[in-house]
Design a protein around this ligand. Structure first.
Ligand code: SF4
Length: 720
């Protein structure tokens, strides 16, 4: 076997599990990835993305030189251009001056809120901290967000309202200590494969009982004691009916309710309509299954709940997650190992980007921008004059683009995100993108959003830079540089410091915040001055493995599970809920419900995995369809179907699958040739502002192979 020159330990760049990787290098080339058997998170296991998905680093399509568009685009007529002839390669100085000049021009003309930034859940904590600092401290705007808005905003809003927290309460591997756990709205096997392994071990070796509540017959159903196949969008009645059974049969934990909660009596009254019979009528789940699930979970010694975006990506995503919080408060399954409320975060660093202030309502550490006393703590750290930081909440991801018009947002800085794949209703997103006056894209590749940009800044990939990621169970872990950046690419933190230095000079503000960091560790230390839960995390301590926040001081060992004694709000709050149906229900014209999600081999908008050999394993979008529906539509596996909603059409191949329940079809979100988000609806949860990705009405027709090959409305994919 080839002997490596070096083995560099680091953290996986894909999902929120945060597996430890060892990059084996020979002649400065990564030829193999392994994981040590004593790795805390993954015990040496890796999924296909972690083990083989690193080859995008060497893809010759990578962005390796700053580019400026030859002919500036005008608002309203902005187009996507992948064609090399549209761009000219420029020096870093020219690109950075151009970015600073254009942003300043718009800032001076239209004010702070004409600018906005998308931070990046794939970038490090330090980089997200810097981008939000740049926009807050220099431009004085809170128009800063990232893809958490599109995945778990409903969960974050619910946990904040009920408990005053936002993250997973427990460590995923603690599932081995649960005697019963619920998995709902999560295709854990494909989206968080290593956590799925922990779950299977808990069942097979420790005898835990699993309840799956999901519209699709996912692989975890093979391991489940109960599967509750609900219609998409009917979480609230199912969870509330379980609570109804727990109350009726007096299975609740009175001691916990008395000692740790508030609002119980009002909540009790609100449960009256949610009988199992009613829940069966609206959700399609057999009432007896609801009763059995309620009993199994409530009677457990240690019950845990894990959920994914099937709960949060709904126009009532906050209410869905509150339904789970209510179950936990009823039973007292929290504050101990093997229990808890566990929203499985999607991207590798979506937890960390949120922790680092990449959100419009919060400074780093979830300090509300409009809560007295919070801005005052950041102003001296960022050398902003007292009262200088903006105390008004900014625009969310979805609002930033819908405000792209004269008088609204004119310039957008995108670091590593891809709204032209990840936003709902992409035909409308495209029109919003076209209205921007200036667009910066900083990324590893030119993706579907970067193709709209005026300037492209080549960013180093994860293996080419230092920093930290925070995984789904709040574990801060090191990311280490194994390679020099490709071509002239630079780490995001380095680019941001260069832009900010130029902005400072143009703003002419005296002695404003410092941007002369020599290493990301200095950025982390600056953030940890104010964020109490980060104070005990140092790079030196991370050399010995990750630390789970909160870590209040350097002697603290980290916090595997939260709320042993109390909730941040003092008492956990019950919330009375109402069932509000999905915004768009199936009808004669659009008789199927479309739900969207991810597959094992790909990741989100596909910027990385579709530029990797992983694309060979799963090269095209497939429509997952139940055999009854397939027969009704005259379709078989391999046929081509046209799927239409009121917003758009995609054409893709059919896979008849027992995973699909009758009336519900599934399309993965990664493929621009059949972009699922051309179909999805842009209805938003009123609290969390998260779109309803998980339920809209569609129709199906047989289509021809010629239609399959035609470019679609959003993404005539090209290569730079
Ligand atoms: Fe990477 Fe997630 Fe796979 Fe682990 S489970 S190897 S973190 S993609």
């Amino acid at each position: 076997m080839l002997k490596p020159d070096r083995v560099v330990p680091t953290t996986c760049p894909y999902c929120g599990v945060g597996c430890t990787l060892e990059l084996h290098l020979k002649d400065d080339f990564i030829y193999r990835v392994t994981s040590p058997f004593d790795s805390v998170v993954n015990h040496g296991n890796l999924c296909v993305k972690g083990r083989f998905g690193y080859d995008f680093l060497y893809n010759t399509d990578r962005l390796s030189q700053p580019l400026i568009r030859k002919t500036p685009q005008l608002p309203g007529s902005r187009t996507q251009a992948f064609d090399r002839s549209e761009w000219r390669e420029v020096s870093w100085d020219e690109a950075l001056d151009y970015v600073a000049d254009r942003l300043m021009e718009i800032y001076r003309r239209d004010g702070p809120d004409a600018l906005a930034a998308y931070c990046c859940a794939k970038a490090t904590n330090e980089e997200n901290y810097l981008l939000q600092k740049m926009f807050r401290a220099l431009f004085r705007t809170n128009n800063i967000d990232h893809c958490t808005r599109l995945c778990h905003a409903g969960s974050v809003a619910a946990l904040s309202k009920a408990l005053g927290t936002t993250a997973m309460s427990n460590t995923a591997a603690e599932v081995a200590q649960s005697d019963c756990f619920i998995v709902t709205g999560s295709n854990t096997t494909e989206n968080h494969p290593i956590i799925a392994l922990h779950m299977k071990t808990a069942i097979q070796k420790h005898g835990a009982k699993l309840i799956v509540i999901d519209p699709r017959r996912l692989e975890m159903c093979d391991y489940a004691t109960l599967w509750l196949p609900l219609r998409p969008g009917t979480n609230v009645p199912v969870f509330s009916a379980m609570a109804h059974v727990i109350v009726n049969e007096k299975l609740y934990n009175q001691g916990f309710i008395d000692a740790r909660t508030e609002g119980f009596s009002d909540y009790l009254a609100s449960l009256a309509p949610f009988t199992p019979e009613y829940a069966e009528a609206v959700s399609g789940v057999d009432r007896q299954l609801i009763v059995e699930a309620a009993r199994l979970y409530a009677r457990a010694e240690r019950g845990a709940i894990f959920w994914g975006m099937g709960i949060s990506q709904l126009a009532h995503g906050t209410a869905s997650a509150l339904g789970l919080v209510n179950l936990v408060l009823l039973t007292g399954h929290i504050g101990r190992a093997g229990t808890g409320l566990n929203p499985l975060r999607g991207q590798n660093n979506v937890q960390g980007a949120s922790d680092s202030g990449a959100m419009p309502y919060h400074f780093p550490g979830y300090m509300l921008v409009d809560e007295p006393g919070n801005a005052e703590q950041w102003e001296p750290v960022w050398n902003v004059e007292p009262g200088g930081l903006n105390r008004r909440r900014g625009l969310t991801t979805t609002e930033i683009l819908s405000h792209a018009h004269p008088g609204g947002v004119r310039a957008l800085y995108i670091m590593g995100e891809n709204p032209m794949m990840s936003e709902p209703n992409l035909n409308v997103t495209r029109r919003h993108m076209q209205q921007l006056e200036f667009l910066v894209a900083q990324d590893v590749f030119i993706n579907e959003s970067g193709a709209f940009a005026d300037v492209l800044l080549p960013a180093a990939a994860w293996a080419e830079k230092d920093g930290t990621f925070t995984n789904t169970d709040r574990r801060v872990q090191r990311v280490r540089r194994a390679l020099a950046p490709r071509g002239n690419a630079r780490p995001d933190w380095h680019i941001l410091c260069d832009v900010a230095t130029r902005l400072e000079a143009r703003l002419g503000r005296p002695a404003t915040s410092r941007w002369d960091y020599t290493h990301p560790e200095e950025i982390w230390r600056e953030m940890a001055q104010v964020v109490a839960g980060n104070r005990g995390v140092t790079y030196a301590r991370l050399e010995r493995g990750g630390l789970q926040t909160p870590v209040p001081d350097e002697q603290h060992p980290g916090t595997p599970f939260l709320f042993a004694e109390r909730f941040p709000t003092g008492r956990g709050r019950f919330f009375a809920l109402e069932y509000v149906p999905s915004v768009e229900l199936p009808d004669e014209e659009y008789p199927f419900i479309l739900t969207t999600g991810r597959v094992l081999e790909h990741w989100h908008g596909g910027t990385l995995t579709r530029n990797s050999e992983l694309d060979v394993l799963y090269p095209e979008a497939l429509l997952e369809l139940n055999e009854i529906d397939a027969e009704r539509c005259g379709l078989q596996t391999g046929d081509v179907a046209r799927v239409s909603s009121r917003r758009g059409t995609v054409v893709l191949r059919v896979r008849v699958s027992p995973k699909a329940r009758p009336g519900v079809v599934f399309i993965p979100m990664h493929f621009n040739e059949a972009a699922a988000n051309l179909l999805t609806i842009d209805a938003l949860d009123p609290v969390a502002k998260i779109p309803e990705f998980k339920a809209c009405a569609v129709s199906l027709q047989r289509a021809s192979a010629a239609e399959l090959a035609a470019p679609n409305a959003v993404t005539a994919r090209g290569r730079y």
